[in-house]
Ligand binder design. Structure first.
Ligand code: SF4
Length: 427
């Protein structure tokens, strides 16, 4: 097995600035513009990498419209569903792609490291390395840039994807569909009558190798069926040398803590004059929602709701299902109104989306917030970040105001207590 060299050279600052400028040149929806710019800049040094999975047809259709002769790499790991292999043939013909190249693992690597073909069972990272990363790295020699079909909505880790990334090996990775949502993908397939992957109808919303792919249930991430049960979300071909998605500007500022770790935040601030009919992945203040109900209802994209401490959630109770995330503001440590708002959301309105705390979020509050239904925290305070990273959260063992059926308020007589074991909630 060859190991890809880890480059430690510093990124050329002019090149990095060029990438930032490129990202500012295109609107979120301008997929065609992004692909055309990539072709114009890189010409024959540009390739497309496609899994020919559930959504691949959308990118390939857009690419074919610009240049059907662009090289398209398909990683045939030897572990694909037979339906995927047939889909490669079908899409090639349907879209008129003239240069689809099948990449296969090195036979010596397979013989040496995976002679029984079961490496995926106990060491999927190594399996992906020899079956995907190594063949792709070899194929990309001689190419300066490559196009991927990744999208922000797919996972928390991808929530910060820009259109153009400068990777650690000084290549440029282009993500023309970065801002597309699930609905955009479905609408594009329908509008152009594009063929679905044969397994899509069975709940396979993201499709990779057969042993590592399962169908997803309602409410799960589109990629939840990939490496289910394993602490693995990417195959490795999309990691930069530092093991992360590569944009330059994501390390500063508050970060989102969710499901026990810091993750990329797909939501961004709402611009002052934004058109509420077309924005996506922003938290719209409750007052604006009330004043612009028609626009909010017409907007087809994922949206969040921002509730300030003086707002009344009751005012938008009928609209809550429309929002995938509710951000509740804590303007100061002593302001407890946000706790009540979260409880109303969960207990009275049965809201099941993300509830995130924003503002003055400190370690001591998080345990109480979790009890009230918060499951995400935008943390700006350095000491709180360090405590969360170290798993050091204050335990809440005495309740003056119990939540749910299992917590017992201080002073309650034993015979009045409701049955049930104490629940330990973790953010
Ligand atoms: S997805 Fe699974 S089978 Fe495919 S290369 Fe990775 S670990 Fe191996």
């Amino acid at each position: 097995m060859r190991h890809s060299p880890i480059t430690t050279k510093r990124t050329d600052p002019l090149r990095a600035m060029g990438i930032i400028a490129l990202n500012g040149m295109f609107g979120e929806d301008d997929t065609d513009g992004v692909i055309r710019k990539a072709v114009e800049m890189f010409g024959r040094d540009l390739a497309v990498v496609s899994s020919f999975g559930a959504d691949s047809v959308v990118l390939l259709h857009q690419v074919a419209a610009v240049d059907p002769g662009l090289p398209v790499f398909f990683l045939d790991t030897g572990k694909h569903f037979s339906e995927t292999l047939q889909y490669v043939t079908d899409l090639k013909a349907r879209l008129g792609l003239t240069d689809v190249r099948t990449l296969v693992p090195d036979s010596k690597d397979l013989e040496r490291f995976d002679p029984e073909g079961r490496l995926w069972e106990n060491d999927p990272d190594s399996c992906c390395h020899i079956r995907k990363t190594e063949p792709l790295n070899a194929a990309l020699e001689g190419f300066s840039a490559w196009i991927t079909g990744r999208k922000r909505f797919q996972t928390a880790e991808r929530g910060i994807l820009p259109h153009f990334e400068l990777t650690g090996d000084e290549r440029v990775k282009i993500n023309p569909l970065a801002y597309w949502g699930e609905d955009d993908v479905a609408a594009h397939k329908k509008a152009h009558d594009l063929p679905e992957h044969p397994l899509f109808a069975d709940g396979y919303t993201s499709i990779g190798c057969a042993p590592c792919t399962s169908a997803v249930q309602d409410g799960e991430d589109a990629r939840a069926g990939r490496w289910r049960g394993l602490n693995k979300a990417e195959c490795g071909i999309h990691f930069d040398f530092n093991g992360e998605i590569a944009p330059a500007e994501v390390k500063n500022g508050p970060v989102l803590f969710k499901k026990g770790r810091f993750v990329a935040d797909p939501f961004k601030p709402l611009a002052e004059n934004a058109n509420l009919k077309g924005v996506r992945y922003v938290h719209v203040p409750l007052s604006k929602v009330k004043d612009n109900l028609a626009a909010i209802r017409q907007n087809p994209h994922p949206l969040g709701l921002l509730i300030e401490s003086s707002d009344r959630v009751e005012d938008v109770a009928g609209e809550l299902d429309r929002f995938s995330s509710v951000a509740i503001s804590f303007p100061a440590f002593g302001d407890g109104r946000g706790y009540s708002t979260a409880r109303l959301l969960r207990e009275r309105y049965g809201y099941r989306g993300e509830i995130r705390a924003v503002g003055d979020v400190l370690t001591d509050q998080i345990g109480f917030m979790v009890r009230c239904g918060f499951d995400a925290f935008v943390v700006a305070n350095d000491a709180t970040k360090r405590a969360l990273e170290a798993g050091e959260l204050a335990e809440v063992s005495v309740y003056m105001q119990p939540v749910g059926l299992t917590e017992v308020p201080v002073g309650t007589r034993p015979f009045l207590r409701k049955p049930g074991k104490p629940v330990t909630r973790r953010p």
